[in-house]
Write a protein that binds this ligand. Structure first.
Ligand SMILES: [Fe+2]
Length: 135
């Protein structure tokens, strides 16, 4: 099932929100590629982009946390590192086994749901901190 972007996912920090939208869209593209039986090459391409973009986004977000003096930076960075590993493992599994209903379920749970929850729980805190600080 595709994820729908909504106001509830907006942190209010323009750069973060733009990247989050791109991430959600890429997860949707991956789900689409897997559930519509696109070729393995296409799936690998989308998954590769997702991994690469995730690394870039996390690095940008971490830089922002550091430059603003965000107090929970180390914990947030740890969460990012763990997720990156999980996503890499899933990419390897997907490449090995190919698309299936089970894999689509895993993409939903491990990548999509995680991303939505992370945005709503953790990333909102960063944006709020930066906003408060600039008042
Ligand atoms: Fe984050």
């Amino acid at each position: 099932m595709a994820y729908v972007w909504s106001k509830a996912l907006e942190t209010g920090h323009a750069a973060i929100d733009t990247q989050h939208k791109q991430l959600v869209e890429t997860v949707n593209n991956l789900l689409d590629a897997c559930s519509k039986g696109k070729g393995r090459d296409e799936i690998k391409k989308v998954m590769g982009f997702l991994l690469q973009y995730t690394v870039k986004h996390f690095a940008d977000e971490e830089r922002l946390q550091q430059s603003s003096g965000y107090p929970d930076y180390l914990n947030h960075k740890k969460i990012h590192t763990e997720f990156t590993q999980t996503a890499k493992n899933l990419a390897a599994e997907l490449e090995e086994k190919g698309p299936s209903i089970v894999m689509v379920g895993k993409i939903n749970k491990v990548l999509g749901d995680w991303l939505i929850q992370h945005i709503q729980k953790e990333d909102m805190k960063i944006a709020k901190y930066i906003q408060e600080k600039s008042k």
